[in-house]
Write a protein that binds this ligand. Structure first.
Ligand code: HEC
Length: 153
């Protein structure tokens, strides 16, 4: 008799319990969702702002070869013969050295040094680690032409 009582009691308990548990879980879920919503909204909003800002940062764009001045064209020829074995002029991908696309359109060189004429000129003249020096290879005129070309990539 007692056994039967316990049995039916636990049966009703089992029937009621999951229902209340479910209710609680739903309420908790809804409460959490309500709390989450403003956080989610602000996350979406900031993601939108980041995307907008990213849109302002244009990918580097080279001047088309057909539009190069004679000086820049001279520089292009020097680049092809002396630099292109190790550097892509139209990509940021590494070859032997870093890709040089947008070299002077960015504030910093691949090494982190400021992207100035003086810095690049000195790298070309004296070399850098694996990069050989070109001080004895290029005269002033050729160096100027090369720099003019580097400003177009
Ligand atoms: C034998 C391969 C090689 C050749 C040829 C070469 N470079 Fe490099 N260059 C490199 C490597 C490697 C680096 C990275 C050096 C480092 O930071 O350790 C580099 C770095 C550079 C940098 C970035 C410097 C910095 O501070 O981030 C510039 C600009 C550059 N080279 C321009 C040129 C130009 C212009 C020529 C042609 C006159 C040239 N390189 C020829 C291998 C080369």
């Amino acid at each position: 008799m007692i056994c039967w009582r316990i049995c039916t009691l636990s049966k009703t308990a089992k029937r009621i319990l999951p229902a209340t548990l479910k209710d609680n879980a739903i309420r908790k879920f809804l409460e959490e969702e309500n709390l989450k919503r403003p956080i989610l909204l602000s996350m979406v909003a900031s993601a939108a702002v980041v995307l907008l800002l990213a849109g302002c940062h244009h990918a580097p764009k080279s001047k088309p070869l057909s539009q190069l001045t004679p000086t820049e064209m001279q520089g292009h020829a020097i680049f092809q013969s002396d630099c292109a074995v190790c550097h892509h002029p139209n990509s940021e991908q590494k070859l032997v050295g870093p890709g040089l696309l947008g070299l002077f359109q960015k504030p910093y060189l691949p090494s982190g040094a400021p992207a100035t004429d003086a810095r690049v000129r000195s790298t070309i003249l004296h070399g850098k680690n694996v990069m050989p020096p070109f001080g004895n290879v290029l005269n002033d005129q050729q160096l100027n032409d090369l720099l003019a070309y580097l400003h177009t990539i």
